[in-house]
Design a protein around this ligand. Structure first.
Ligand SMILES: [Zn+2]
Length: 72
C-alpha cells in the first residue's frame, strides 16, 4: 500500500534578505595570529562580558555599567 504523500503548504521562503550586509557584533578581530579584542571587558562583570559600543560611550547590557569614551 502506497502512502499518500502529504504536501506541506506554507513553506517559508525568504525573499531577498534586507539586512544581509549587517554583520553581527564584531567582538574579535584576527590580525595574523593575534586575537584582538575590539570591546572592553566589563569591570563589574569581569572578563567574558564585554561592553557594547554606543555613541560616545560603552555600555554593559548585563549590569548596566556605562563608560564614557574619552574624546581624542
Ligand atoms: Zn557588566
Amino acid at each position: 500500500m502506497a502512502e499518500k504523500k502529504i504536501r506541506r503548504r506554507g513553506k517559508r521562503v525568504r525573499k531577498g534578505r534586507k539586512h544581509e550586509s549587517i554583520k553581527i557584533h564584531k567582538l574579535f578581530k584576527l590580525e595574523g595570529e593575534k586575537l584582538v579584542r575590539l570591546r572592553k571587558p566589563c569591570p563589574r562583570c569581569g572578563p567574558g562580558v564585554y561592553l557594547a559600543e554606543h555613541k560616545g560611550r560603552l555600555y554593559c547590557g548585563r549590569c548596566g555599567y556605562t563608560e564614557f569614551e574619552k574624546s581624542k
